[in-house]
Design a binder for this molecule. Sequence first.
Ligand code: GTP
Ligand code: MG
Length: 202
Amino acid sequence: MELASTVYTIDQLHKAEIDWSLPQVALAGRSNVGKSSCLNCLGNRKNLARTSATPGKTQSVNFFRIRFPGEDAAFHLVDLPGYGYARRSKSERDKWAALMEAYLSGARRPRTVVILVDGRHPPQQLDVDLVDYCRAAGLDWLLVCTKADKCSQKDKTARLHEWREVAPDMLLQDRTGPLFFSSVTRQGRDALWRKLREAAGV
Ligand code: GTP
Ligand code: MG
């Protein structure tokens, strides 16, 4: 099917509206990497998920239902609070860790974790830690490099090599390597939709 021309429906859900029988794909990554912006870009909406230039905007696990017109297929896309924001207090970091642990290891855990990383920077320890966590927890994961509009070709080549080094198993799940995405230029949007559907298995 041609995804580019498809009109998707994305609705934010209240807790009681979540259908736990549907597959979940979660967006994870450092604070400010562009998770919420990515969701808005996917949905062609400005304020579906709240974004901010100040890290730490998203504070809870937010569920969105994705529906495809004319199809029964649906899944949940989940916007997670970011990690690695240095100005957070210890108690805030502990709260984040508990929330993530509860979600990622709980009975209602996601099927796939999309790990968003800033395409301008080499792999950061906290991102590698999340990859390790997913691996150990048996969660599928895939990598998306954000802010592609600010990445040079040199950045892109470097990221591909670095991530292959850090996580050679990435290519088992994701043969093409990290996807470069921009919510400003919408580069990679259609490819990301395809990957998300694939990741959700719908
Ligand atoms: P937390 O909720 O704090 O975890 O952050 P987040 O990952 O949800 O980031 P958010 O989407 O709120 O975006 C953070 C900042 O990055 C905002 O100022 C966005 O405008 C900017 N941003 C997000 N995506 C892109 C992108 O693709 N390109 C550029 N140039 N800026 C982006
Ligand atoms: Mg956010």
